[in-house]
Ligand binder design. Structure first.
Ligand code: ZN
Ligand code: ZN
Length: 136
């Protein structure tokens, strides 16, 4: 990667594609019950991306949105169900990217676990990253 950071990503079926021209913020592994449901897994790996740096290059019309709470919209591919971003009303300038959809290799590593108090009883967090009971 040269001076400007640039990333690309897509959903499982490839209908939805996006590019990021800018920085990907701190990766947090969210263990809240909603992220677990939305991902069908132990946690979601999410990172903030400035809305101004993010654009859909294909399939924006295939996106479906679900309001999982009053202030949060989760956007996923309507064909294959891949979660792509969430949008929080309280931080309208940022998307929370589901970094598992990136196609570009990412040099950075997760920084912490959030909503660790809500983690699945069967999950063992096996690294030394800080764990926060909720969002710090
Ligand atoms: Zn898809
Ligand atoms: Zn969550």
């Amino acid at each position: 990667m040269s001076t400007a950071e640039q990333y690309a990503g897509s959903c499982l079926c490839g209908a939805v594609r996006y590019e990021i021209h800018g920085k990907i913020g701190d990766i947090m592994q969210c263990h809240c019950s909603k992220c677990r449901k939305a991902n069908g897994s132990a946690y979601a790996a999410n990172a903030p991306v400035a809305r101004a740096d993010f654009r859909f290059t294909a399939g924006e019309d295939a996106l479906k949105k679900f309001a999982s709470s009053a202030g949060t919209q989760r956007c996923f591919c309507g064909h294959c169900g891949s979660p792509i971003i969430s949008i929080k009303a309280e931080t309208p300038d940022f998307y929370r990217l589901r970094i598992g959809t990136l196609d570009t290799p990412l040099a950075q590593r997760p920084v912490c676990h959030i909503f660790a108090a809500s983690k699945a009883e069967w999950e063992q967090i096996a690294d030394d990253l800080p764990q926060y009971a909720e969002r710090p």
